[in-house]
Design a protein around this ligand. Sequence first.
Ligand SMILES: Nc1ncnc2c1ncn2[C@@H]1O[C@H](COP(=O)(O)OP(=O)(O)OP(=O)(O)O)[C@@H](O)[C@H]1O
Length: 636
Amino acid sequence: MRHNVMSESIDTARRRFFDDGAAPRGLVSDTILASWRRCLEQGLVASARPSLMPVERRALGEMQERHEALRRLCRPELEALYASANQAGSIVVLTAPDGFILDALGDPDFLDKAARVSLRPGVPWSEQSTGTNAIGTALVERRSVEVRGAEHYYAPHRVLSCSASPIFDPQGRVVGVLDLSGHASVHHLHALGMVQLAVEQIEHRLFECAFDGADIVRIQPDPALIGTAREGMLVFEGHRLAAANRHALRLLGLDWSELGKRRYDELFASALPVPGSVASMRCQTGDMVHARRDPQRSRIVVPGTVRSPREPSPPKQAIRPLRAPATVFDAQLDAAIERQVRLLDADITVLLQGETGTGKEVVARELHRRSSRADAPFVAVNCASLPEALIESELFGHLPGAFTGARREGAPGLLREAHGGVLFLDELGDMPLSLQSRLLRVLQEREVTPLGGGRAHAIDVRVIAATHRQLQQSVDRGEFRADLYFRVAQSVLHLPPLREHPDVADTVRRLWAALGAEQVPMRLAPDLVRELAARRWPGNVRELVGVLRSLMALGTVGATLTVDDLPDGWRRPAADASASSAFTAGPVAGNLHDLEAQAIDQVLAACRGNMAAAARKLGISRSTLYRRLEARQRGE
Ligand SMILES: Nc1ncnc2c1ncn2[C@@H]1O[C@H](COP(=O)(O)OP(=O)(O)OP(=O)(O)O)[C@@H](O)[C@H]1O
């Protein structure tokens, strides 16, 4: 009965939408309506019969092989769902991140029916190709979606009722979709819940594999659920949140775009438990959670804790290297780092200059690691991303109740947290002029006075600064204080852009090895190395590492990867092999400035204006992307 009522209202909604061009609000959900609109805008004709041919068997085999790691990871949940799908006369489907169906298993009768409407391995079920459907629409919406009967865009798919959920990796990238589909005439009450539970399990395992050996912080309001797939999982790099699962994001009131941005003390008001123990912690939302850290694996630096020099254990064979690679430096850079370490140890401030993604922070951490202060804190301050209103209190600390919104117990400030260790002033060139004089005074006098008064505290820090700007020119333009410049630029190390590395192919091979290619094992064919070395890499090493990680995540264990294995959107026609940008599908022209602008515009358009996604794709930070856009507006 319920089904009939529903199908009648959808039929009415379809008539209003497709025949009258009206918005049938209240008759279908906003999600379905938005999807119908997208399909219509793309020119898909709802009354037409879609032509959805499966790829050839060999191509399907290759596609399955390419996604073998994902298929292996999902196997336990696929098998568990298979048993219930079989009983309920439905099927379970696994797709690649683009909606291409890799596997479908379940009730043989329904498999047959589904295959007749192309719901079968080898067929793409993205929204662009197949219209409104649970898999494709879940990919567009980046969340679980149910599409029943005539809610499907194309008439032949009315026989289906489908529930799909995207599978996210710890950086918020979609790695696949899990879907449960059955007869539209049967109301599958728990289908979406079952899919979501299965995806939770898969993501939990994916997180463990990706960060095997790292210091994972596990949080949950209910301590009994710590260690289960319902726990929130977080990984910090320095003070910044580097990875999280969806439970952690929900508990902290965040979304994926905030990864890499949020600092530890913006999320928690109390210190972490010591490794191996459970403690209750207050989140900045005011909620209490229980937190556990894995024993003896401290890699994060949070206020008051000291980084352990121990490196994480090598990754297990199975899913692997979604984590950061070990660092690699060519002989020239290695020697330069050695020299700078000696200077740093002698209390000379080191300034690192280089374009975005050239490895300024990586080198700063390496300087710290090789310095006599390796066992003391490394405290990174991003002078560009601290909110201007808070920058003073974040740096210099404040007394209890020093200003509206100040922490009740006061805060020591980042400069004091670095006491005894190394202070890394990242993006120093973007620090507001008004604060530069105060920072200069601290660096000269080596003491800080918290906001709100109180006594001055002596600080003993070694200082490394970094900027993507030509700081000398900023001084000439009056944007940066000359006296602060001379204070921080006592020794300057220029990090060259990747395109100017003496041997880019060698850098490609070293990074590949550092990503763990030998343990996986997987090789790069010479043509692929040549292709990668020929690109211009506006996002520098960060961008190259991103492509290598994608290659490794998508490749097959034991394979030799060629140009054809480049992720979608990175391949380009042979004639275009000398084009400047890694993302351009077609030829581009102009100087470096124009090329960068074109790359940004294309990626922003592809990401529908989503700044976080575009920054990820470009291989630069979100603040860098904003900066570039602002610079363009100013006509620079
Ligand atoms: N020498 C290196 N070895 C291995 N990976 C590197 C190296 N240099 C850079 N990378 C990779 O590039 C990423 C970006 O590096 P890093 O954050 O140090 O760049 P940056 O110059 O500080 O960029 P930005 O100015 O945008 O902050 C790193 O997370 C790492 O994955």
